[in-house]
Design a binder for this molecule. Structure first.
Ligand code: NAD
Length: 251
């Protein structure tokens, strides 16, 4: 239903999980996708899958925490009209289990990353009067997640960044939205589960937090991104779309 034909979309962290699903969904909707990841092997796997399915994609290796590299990428691709800031990292720990270095590490990727990419790519969108920026925040961007101090802090910042951008650049034709997934079955979550003493119990516990009693699939998040990227979402800016099975609705 939603077409991205003739649009160029950049997805960070597109070598795995949610970012990969978004890149594949956008390519199926007709976009040319600039797949961005710090892991060259993972990014190549995504573009091979897109091309095998008849889609169009190119790959660029980038660590989103580097402002200079983001600016260099933007000067090579000024035509990007859809920017998905998806790359993110996690850390398990409350205050006693979180060092300043942990917080800085998450901040550099989860907050400075989207900021850097916006600084690099949004000026051309503003000049054209057209664009859609989608920041992948988290349930941890709107409510606290237990034992995820640094993650919750940085994801709240992503929601704040999105709202500030939407407010400052309203009436420009460039829209800024966040998606807040609950738990999604990806390598990111599997790695956390493996850290628990009883991974099977941890999997059951994490799945039961969400009302349908299961984790979301990456393609269920990608469908939301497709809507927000599309022209049908022309009236939607500054929103945080929850894909959390009702987790944040209350208990
Ligand atoms: P993932 O670990 O499966 O994939 C993340 C990808 O980002 C990897 O390919 C990795 O190489 C890349 N990446 C990491 N740091 C990078 C950097 N500095 N520069 C460029 N690329 C980098 O993760 P995922 O589960 O698909 O999560 C994607 C996003 O969704 C993250 O922002 C995460 O916080 C958010 N999120 C995930 C869940 C979940 O349950 N999986 C829930 C809510 C929000």
């Amino acid at each position: 239903m939603f077409s991205l034909a003739h649009k160029i979309a950049l997805v960070t962290g597109a070598g795995s999980g949610i970012g990969r699903a978004i890149a594949e969904t956008f390519a199926r909707a007709g976009a040319h996708v600039l797949v961005v990841d710090r892991d060259a092997g993972a990014g190549e796997t995504t573009i091979e899958a897109i091309r095998a399915a008849g889609g169009s994609a190119t790959f660029a290796v980038l660590d989103v925490s580097s402002e200079a590299d983001a600016l260099t990428l933007a000067s090579a691709h000024p035509e990007v009209e859809i920017l998905v800031n998806n790359a993110g990292i996690g850390h398990v720990g409350n205050l006693l289990g979180t060092t300043a270095a942990d917080l800085d590490r998450l901040h550099a990727v989860n907050v400075r990353g989207p900021f850097n990419l916006c600084r690099a790519f949004v000026p051309a969108m503003l000049a054209r009067g057209r664009g859609s920026v989608i920041n992948i925040a988290s349930i941890g961007g709107v409510v606290a997640v237990r034992d995820r101090l640094a993650y919750t802090t940085t994801k709240h910042a992503v929601v704040g960044l999105t709202r500030a951008l939407a407010l400052d650049h309203s009436h420009t034709g460039v829209r800024f939205n966040a998606i807040c997934p609950g738990r999604v079955e990806t390598p990111f979550v599997k790695a956390r589960i493996a850290e628990y003493p009883d991974p099977e119990k941890a999997y059951r516990d994490m799945s039961s937090t969400q009302l349908p009693g299961r984790m979301a699939r990456p393609d269920e998040v990608a469908a939301a991104a497709l809507y927000l990227a599309s022209d049908e979402a022309a009236m939607v800016t500054g929103s945080c779309l929850m894909i959390d099975g009702g987790w944040s609705a209350g208990k």
